[in-house]
Design a protein around this ligand. Structure first.
Ligand code: NAD
Length: 540
């Protein structure tokens, strides 16, 4: 038997299953109350009275919770608390820290499963399946595999050699100070992982969740506390990203930022950190996974049905709000002629509505701002003579922020919807002539600044290799005959380069290494008692 953990199995939620009933009951329960969500600093809940509601995106009149936002005082206290908690957190040792997060994983896989899934379905409008692969399976995997990797490199990174009379060793120290975790709305698992990965190796953290996922993120914070997370190790401060960054950077013990979100936000953060360097005790680690403009390139000899399925699932699951969502495709004319009707028909069969109704494949986008941004792209395409909307194009924000799955065929491969991140259910397609495969690979490589995920669909090995080489730097996660979404922890560690981030591969050991600062130790068994060297002796 392998000594590493298994990936958490995905439950089916099929009709009649125990998990389906439990999840529906839990959603009903969560919808019957309005939770008051505090800041949590040093394990203490703080209700500031300055509140903001959390609503259900597919039913935005329904308030799930009131969030008590952190002000400057709470933010400063969170940073100071994190600094003060580090000594004891280091002292309990790696094994005890691993045990806490492994316990958290066990709770999430069992008694907390329905709670985490229901809160994610309601807060971020995910279907049962999309919530299950995120809020439960991926986060359980992050915690279990991170513990496995951390134990491994404590052994692996010892010095190769200790000569006679000397014992060399390496202490896997954490960074000195606290890590600011700034998390995105779209994955509950990422939100849980960003503060906990640095914490596992001995850092402490200040966690600023996204304004659109505080309800589900609070469930994860409470779960970690139930698993035995000591007070002060992770401090939960919902509030302004701008303000928390300023306050964190005034603290000399700011040791790094663990960020996932949009490229613009990350660029701004990096600049702020750079200009605060003079105030900091150490060079901070800056880890950020950011936006994407993820592609599918089809070769004339590809499997047509597989391509249709990959485009549909890749572009429209979770309303296209995955950083890895297929949002541009390059399809040869012959293939397009063959799949067009089938693709439009299949997309037309997609059901959309309340996440509580399990027959829906899609639900709403996250908020009004997002709805306006996405519909803006659709409206501009509707009036552009170079664009042809072959399906979708409608939207309705009266009850929830619903946007139909939309496909735009673009004459110009550099049209805005072909190269910019839209982050919604919009797939743009460029149709190329069958003999222009090589040109289209180079177009795909250079058209967009992002380089997160991408797929090649082809049946001939030589064509696959051509694409593999031509698109080497176009994606940090590359798929062959598969959709560009759905990376699994410990199988396809996730991250991209160029404008898509620092590529520190969440879900793999490389990410954990960013949070350590090793100490090399040489112990001499018989220290010299004379200071002179032999060369100092005169010639005879
Ligand atoms: P966002 O950039 O709007 O927000 C991310 C976080 O940054 C939030 O907590 C937000 O409050 C905070 N923030 C916003 N402005 C800030 C500022 N000036 N200073 C400090 N913090 C600030 O992103 P989002 O809408 O929550 O998430 C969607 C984005 O995340 C997309 O671009 C998507 O591609 C990206 N994403 C990337 C990955 C990846 O692994 N590459 C994974 C998930 C999401």
């Amino acid at each position: 038997m392998a000594d590493y953990p298994d990936n958490e199995p995905i439950l089916s939620y099929a009709p009649g299953s125990v998990e389906r009933v439990e999840l529906q009951e839990e959603m009903d329960r969560q919808m019957c109350e309005v939770v008051e969500i505090p800041c949590i600093i040093n394990g203490v809940e703080i209700f500031t009275g300055n509140t903001m509601p959390q609503v259900i995106p597919h039913k935005h009149g329904h308030v799930l919770a009131n969030v008590h936002l952190a002000g400057p005082e709470e933010m400063e206290a969170a940073c100071d608390t994190a600094v003060n908690a580090q000594k004891d957190w280091i002292a309990i040792g790696l094994e005890a820290r691993c045990a806490i997060f492994e316990r958290a994983a066990d709770l999430l896989a069992t008694t907390w499963r329905a709670k985490a899934n229901a809160s994610t379905m309601l807060n971020q409008s995910k279907t049962a399946f999309q919530a299950e692969i995120d809020a439960v399976c991926e986060l359980v995997d992050f915690w279990r595999f991170n513990a496995y990797y951390a134990r491994q490199f404590h052994d692996e990174f010892q010095p190769l050699h200790s000569p006679e009379g000397v014992i060399n060793s390496t202490e896997i120290r954490p960074l000195e100070g606290f890590v600011l975790a700034i998390t995105p709305f779209n994955f509950t698992s990422i939100s849980g992982n960003l503060p906990s990965a640095p914490a596992l190796v001995g850092c402490t953290a200040v966690w600023k969740p996204s304004r659109n996922s505080i309800f589900s993120n609070y469930v994860i914070m409470k779960l970690m506390m139930e698993a035995g997370l000591p007070p002060g190790v992770i401090n939960f401060v919902p509030g302004s990203g701008e303000a928390i960054t300023s306050i964190a950077l005034e603290n000399p013990h700011f040791a790094g930022v663990h960020f996932t979100g949009s490229t613009n936000t990350f660029n701004g953060l990096w600049e702020r950190i750079a200009s605060a360097l003079g105030n900091l005790a150490s060079y901070p680690r800056i880890v950020g996974e950011t936006g994407g403009k993820d592609f599918v390139v089809a070769h004339p000899n590809c499997d047509h049905r597989a391509l249709v399925i990959a485009l549909l699932r890749g572009a429209f699951e979770f309303q296209g709000q995955k950083c890895s969502a297929a949002s541009r495709a390059y399809i040869p004319r012959s293939v397009w002629e063959s799949i067009k009707d089938e693709l439009v028909e299949e997309v037309g069969r997609i059901t959309m509505g309340d996440a509580r109704d399990f027959t829906n494949f899609m639900t709403a986008v996250i908020d009004q701002r997002s709805f306006d941004k996405i519909t803006g792209y659709i409206q501009r395409a509707q009036t552009d003579p170079g664009c042809n909307i072959v399906c979708g194009g409608s939207s309705d924000d009266s009850e929830g922020w619903f946007i139909d799955p939309t496909i735009i065929v673009c004459d110009d491969p550099e049209y805005e919807s072909m190269i910019e991140e839209i982050f919604g259910p919009v797939l743009s397609i460029y149709i190329y002539e069958d003999d222009e495969f090589l040109d289209v690979l180079s177009m795909c490589d250079t058209a967009s600044p992002y380089a997160l995920t991408g797929s090649i669909f082809a049946n001939d090995e030589e064509d696959i290799q051509t694409a593999f080489n031509a698109l080497r730097f176009t994606a940090g996660n590359f798929y062959i005959n598969d959709k560009p979404t759905g990376a699994v922890v410990a199988q396809q560690p996730f991250g991209g380069a160029r404008a898509s981030g620092t590529n520190d591969k969440a879900g793999g050991p490389l990410n954990l290494l960013r949070w350590i600062s090793p100490r090399s130790v040489k112990r001499t068994l018989s220290p010299p008692h004379e200071w002179g060297y032999p060369f100092l002796q005169p010639d005879e």
